[in-house]
Ligand binder design. Structure first.
Ligand code: TYM
Length: 329
């Protein structure tokens, strides 16, 4: 089992990134061979602030470490430090079809005006496919919003293999049972997102305990009594139950029946405390890593060297398969 996943260094990470991404990474380190990347090239497809990108990249790395990823057991690295990602993305771009990229919901949602969208944004899922295929990953832990991108990675691998001979392994997505899609606290019809202009729509991983309590208290629920898991009729309540279940490891129904008799307030305070139990140690360890950027950079340097070693033979396989003249080195 070889696991690959990544997080984009755009904005501050939130509790959805934790339940959909990082908490799965923690479960997989040890049982699987893992590579976790910071997708800084993907960040360039949005409105990135060049004066912040390096610091944000370091911050995601420090959060990976603070969350408990152990650089002795997993490979942590920055996407742009391993040029093979961009090289393989080109080979895959020549395999991808304009039509299939146009159908990607993330592209459709981010721009109404296709003519004005960057080519990078359009090609985003191709670069993501390259990230994954470059390491012969068997499993990709992600939240539900990345499922379509995983489908594309599989289609590109299948098409490439069909045309040029067996080159890539087809990866499977790994979605958590609960917490694969956490919704905005103040608008449970929308996904919780780093880019929302409303900071109260999400819990940041570095929010303090009082901030967490305040945001959860203010989260939209409804006026019906009791707690039942019904994402259509009661999206706010369902979202909080889902978040609780993701963090406690219980099922949503078990959580609903445990707190069902006590009213929304009691459930919300239990949820806030559970979130704080997860975030407080992360915040404390984060402070130590943030004070030592050289140590974070050393982890990333080692990680990039290890990742480059794994990527080289796969890129070589792909360049030979399409018939490029080898360097002869
Ligand atoms: P990103 O940075 O948007 O999100 C990182 C991880 O968090 C998950 N996630 C969520 N999970 C549950 N509820 C939410 N509201 C929520 N929001 C985000 C995402 O599904 C993801 O697992 N394209 C990717 C980064 C990437 C990547 C890759 C991932 C680049 N290359 C290769 C996997 C494999 C992204 O933008 O994630």
């Amino acid at each position: 089992m070889r696991v690959f996943s990544a997080v984009q260094p755009t904005g501050r990470l939130h509790i959805g990134n934790y339940t959909g991404g990082i908490s799965q990474f923690l479960r997989l380190q040890g049982p699987a061979e893992c590579l976790f990347c910071i997708a800084d090239l993907h960040a360039l497809t949005g409105d990135v602030d060049p004066s912040r990108l390096a610091a944000d990249t370091r911050q995601v790395a420090a959060l990976y470490l603070a969350a408990g990823l152990d650089p002795g057991r997993v490979t942590l690295f920055v996407q742009s430090h391993v040029p093979a990602h961009a090289q393989l993305a080109w080979l895959l771009a020549c395999t991808a079809r304009v039509g299939e990229l146009r159908r990607m919901t993330q592209f459709k949602a981010r721009r109404g005006d296709e003519e004005g969208a960057s080519v990078g944004l359009f090609e985003y899922p191709v670069l993501m496919a390259a990230d994954i295929l470059l390491y012969d990953a068997t499993h990709v832990p992600v939240g539900a919003d990345q499922r379509q991108h995983l489908e594309l990675a599989r289609s590109l691998a299948r098409r490439f293999n069909h045309r040029f001979g067996d080159t890539f392994r087809l990866p499977d997505p790994l979605l958590p049972e609960a917490g694969a899609r956490i919704m905005a606290l103040d608008a449970p019809g929308e996904k919780m997102s780093k880019s929302s202009p409303r900071p109260d729509s999400r819990i940041h991983l570095l929010d303090g305990p009082d901030e967490v309590r305040r945001k959860i208290r203010a989260a939209v629920t409804d006026s019906a009594r009791g707690l039942t898991y019904d994402p259509v009729a009661r999206p706010g309540v369902a979202n909080l139950l889902n978040l609780y279940a993701a963090l406690s490891g219980e099922t949503v129904d078990a959580v609903a029946s445990r707190f069902g008799g006590g009213g929304h307030e009691a459930f919300k305070s239990a949820l806030a405390e559970l979130i704080n139990e997860h975030l407080t140690p992360i915040r404390e360890r984060y402070r130590r890593w943030a004070e030592d950027p050289a140590a974070v950079e050393a982890v990333l340097r080692d990680g990039a060297a290890r990742a480059a070693t794994l990527a080289a033979p796969v890129l070589e396989r792909a360049t030979r398969a399409v018939g490029l003249l080898p360097t002869g080195a």
